[in-house]
Design a protein around this ligand. Structure first.
Ligand code: ADP
Length: 159
């Protein structure tokens, strides 16, 4: 079973790492795909986000690469049997349920969901970035929520 986990990962958090670790228990091949979307302006470039994922996942056999364009096409091209997404809140579910329907229609590939681990259910790259922007001196408070490389990259960017 080839499972594709797409996302922005701007930057990767322990919430993402937890989903990836748990999926590697049932996936034969786990591909983590960093969306390089020209319409979005991420904090970190696609190359930096791939690098941060590589450091965070060095003890797993997940494969990491950047992609652009339609997820459904990329998933088909990679031979994925399932697209994986994580769910934290009912809001995540509402959005993801719709994406799953579109991706299914476009590719015939099922989307599967893993619930956020309770300890990381509140963890979000965007909220962490917002807090870091407002007061970078408080970043250490998020040390347990971020892989060390992501924390260091945020500290470097904002300080
Ligand atoms: P996107 O812009 O595609 O939502 P993200 O990097 O924000 O990219 O998220 C990628 C995937 O990881 C999504 O399925 C998202 O719901 C999931 N995710 C993000 N944070 C967490 C978390 N703390 N726990 C579980 N899943 C998460």
């Amino acid at each position: 079973m080839t499972v594709l986990f797409p996302g922005s990962f701007d930057p990767v958090t322990m919430g993402h790492v937890s989903v990836i670790r748990r999926a590697s228990a049932f996936a034969d091949r786990l591909l983590v795909a960093v969306l390089d979307n020209p319409d979005k302006t991420p904090l970190f470039s696609a190359e930096e986000r791939v690098q941060l994922l590589q450091e965070a996942l060095c003890h797993t056999n997940a494969e990491i690469e950047a992609f652009s364009g339609l997820l459904a096409d990329y998933a088909r091209q990679k031979g994925a049997n399932a697209i994986l997404r994580g769910l934290r809140t009912p809001g995540d579910f509402e959005r993801e349920y719709r994406y799953a329907a579109y991706n299914g229609r476009l590719s015939g590939i099922e989307t599967i969901f893993l619930p956020a681990a309770p300890e990381f259910v509140h963890v979000s790259s965007s909220i962490i970035k917002e807090a870091a922007r407002l007061d970078p001196t408080r970043l250490a408070a998020f040390a347990e929520l971020l892989p060390p490389a992501s924390l260091a990259a945020l500290q470097k960017t904002f300080s």
